[in-house]
Design a protein around this ligand. Structure first.
Ligand code: GLY
Length: 587
């Protein structure tokens, strides 16, 4: 099967079990406590809580999920292993007060072993066993245990070997700190070369790439309240999530679940192939599948292979996020997308020698592999490419200088004697790079919050990017110190805004008609005919106001659009777009 056939086979299986097949929801979550849509169940929360009645009893779909920032955050692992992603597809099936544990687990087993032919000996199931001493909620999931015991016995396997207990950390699933939740039962796939069952069992939940959780069956029974209590829900529901890229990668690596000699990798799945091919064309470098065993002292080829995985993953994530209207920006989810984008640009330039514009050219292969499943990628293509290209241009111009400064600083720090802290001259001031200290008998080098802040403020390096660079050289970063500098800057900004912005815009005059925003409806030229309705002059600037505009105005951390207007044949550059209280776009 190709990846597309695996996805379709999942959906067809649940269609045959009377499930309605529904589209993925947007990555922009509807739940207020989420940064991004992080699970297939997010769009169904009102049905679980009983706030709305579901139009169907059973549904299945493939859902775009981002797990970067927030409760579920895999960003730091992406690229360094072969099975974490920032964005992934979650195949899922749901019951809204209809079937429960028996059907869910039995159908799960049927699809995996009968339809897909996964050897039963290689599958292990976990069930919820609360650690009462730690205050875990609810009781041992005897019902799930008994269902699994029968399934394994019927397959001629020993339940005592194939069922593994897990406490709240592994077997009680929560979408966020609040919301619908419940005990869960995960299916793990032993990918060791031998199918020895004792070795397979020992590998469950060991973070080994040779034993991977592929499918989580959650039994939604509670709502987690903000005060930490769990309220039982009126009805019981099923919420399952299968890692599509994991299954597709294992299928590709094992010749259809038959040959377990090779190291498994999600990136062996054909969904990543068009992007890998494009990266080879752009960089002249070859992906060799190497996976580092540590984060520092990486070989040149390990650095290339990490970058291939990072870029292939991040290109999908930012393309899908931007297509769903989450543009790179300075706050909240928009800043997470900016961080991911900058992480990709940094790896592309540093490890693969890519140039400005190369990352935007990965949108085409992403659309080639995902455009038929998530059609918004095709309709929003121009906007996605434009937003990525703009970020490459602005960050690309400072990245090289920032990297030079980082390397100079790190080199001085590596040469520093114990209990000394070198400084570096930046303009007319000196910035403390960090210090070398002895900790538990070991020499430790730490980059100061001030230096990390300089890299962030002047060169646009998100903290986690500085951390990635530092770890490669075995150096730590004072993240708390960095936060202190950030907070000071925020305070300065707040104080300054009180005087500045009110002068520079027409804030407060909530009387004029709001500008009609047509940025999502226009053609590929991104141009529209508009009527100039006002010119707002401030001490420093002049702002043009039109009746309608395709220019996105700075808002919620997203940057305002730039471009130009042709007014009676004269070209006027638009350097920024902001919005006033009346909702007028000021160009
Ligand atoms: N909602 C099930 C999961 O994300 O694992």
């Amino acid at each position: 099967m190709t990846s597309a056939e695996i996805r379709q086979s999942f959906l067809d299986f649940f269609k045959s079990k009377q499930h309605a097949i529904v589209p993925s929801s947007s990555l922009m979550p509807t739940a207020p406590n989420l940064l991004f849509t992080n699970a297939g169940m997010n769009q169904f929360v009102p049905y679980f809580l009983g706030d709305q009645t579901a139009p169907w009893k059973r549904v299945a779909d493939t859902q775009k999920c981002i797990r970067a920032g927030g409760k579920h955050n895999d960003l730091e692992d992406v690229g360094f292993d072969t099975y974490h992603h920032t964005m992934f597809e979650m195949l899922g099936n749901w019951s809204f007060g209809d079937y429960f544990k028996r059907e869910s687990l039995t159908w799960g087993w049927e699809l995996l072993t009968k339809v897909w032919g996964i050897p039963p000996k290689r599958l292990f199931a976990t069930v919820y066993s609360p650690d009462k001493a730690k205050g875990d909620p609810s009781d041992f999931d005897q019902e799930a245990y008994d269902i699994w015991a029968k399934i394994f016995k019927d397959a001629g396997l020993d339940p005592a070997v194939h069922i593994v207990n897990g406490n709240k950390k592994d077997n009680f699933w929560m979408m966020g700190d609040t919301g619908p939740c419940g005990p869960c039962s995960e299916i793990h796939f032993n990918l060791l070369e031998s199918d020895d069952e004792a070795a397979g069992r020992a590998n469950v939940n060991s973070s080994s790439p040779r034993c991977i959780e592929i499918w989580n069956h959650v039994f939604i029974q509670f709502n987690a309240n903000a005060d930490g209590t769990f309220a039982p829900l009126a009805a019981k529901h099923v919420d399952t999530g299968m890692g599509f890229e994991r299954v597709a990668g294992i299928h590709a690596t094992t010749n259809g679940f038959r040959d377990f000699a090779a190291e498994p990798s999600n990136y062996n799945a054909d969904v990543f192939k068009p992007t890998f091919d494009k990266l080879t064309e752009l960089s002249g470098k070859i992906y060799t599948k190497s996976v580092p065993t540590k984060r520092d002292s990486l070989t040149a080829q390990e650095q290339i292979d990490i970058a291939f995985r990072v870029l292939a993953d991040h290109a999908r994530c930012v393309s899908c996020a931007i297509a769903d209207g989450i543009l790179p920006g300075n706050e909240g989810r928009n800043y997470v997308i900016r961080r991911i984008l900058r992480r990709a640009i940094m790896y592309g330039q540093k490890n693969l020698g890519l140039k400005t514009g190369d990352f935007a050219s990965l949108v085409a292969p992403v659309i080639e592999s995902l455009g038929n499943v998530f059609p918004e990628l095709k309709t929003q293509r121009v906007m996605v490419e434009k937003a990525i290209r703009a970020e490459e241009e602005s960050f690309g111009s400072t990245l090289g200088r920032g990297l030079d400064l980082f390397w100079q600083g790190a080199t001085l720090l590596e040469r520093a004697e114990v209990d000394t802290g070198p400084s570096i001259q930046v303009g007319r001031t000196y910035v403390e790079i960090g210090e070398a200290i002895m900790r538990d008998g070991k020499l430790v080098r730490i980059i100061s919050g001030e230096f990390a802040f300089l890299l962030s403020d002047t060169y646009g390096f998100p903290l986690d990017m500085t951390q990635v660079l530092a770890v490669e050289r075995g150096i730590e970063v004072d993240a708390k110190g960095f936060e202190r500098f950030m907070e000071e800057q925020r305070n300065r900004g707040r104080a300054a805004r009180k005087t500045d912005v009110i002068v520079a815009s027409t804030e407060g005059e909530a009387v004029a008609a709001a500008t009609k925003f047509v940025g999502y409806q226009i053609d590929a030229t991104h141009a529209t005919h508009s009527k100039l309705v006002d010119v707002v002059k401030t001490e420093k600037d002049a702002y043009l106001v039109f009746d309608q505009t395709p220019f996105y105005a700075e808002m919620g951390g997203q940057v305002g659009d730039t471009g130009h207007a042709l007014i009676n044949g004269a070209k006027v550059d638009i350097l920024d777009t902001i919005k006033d209280k009346s909702g007028r776009h000021l160009h």
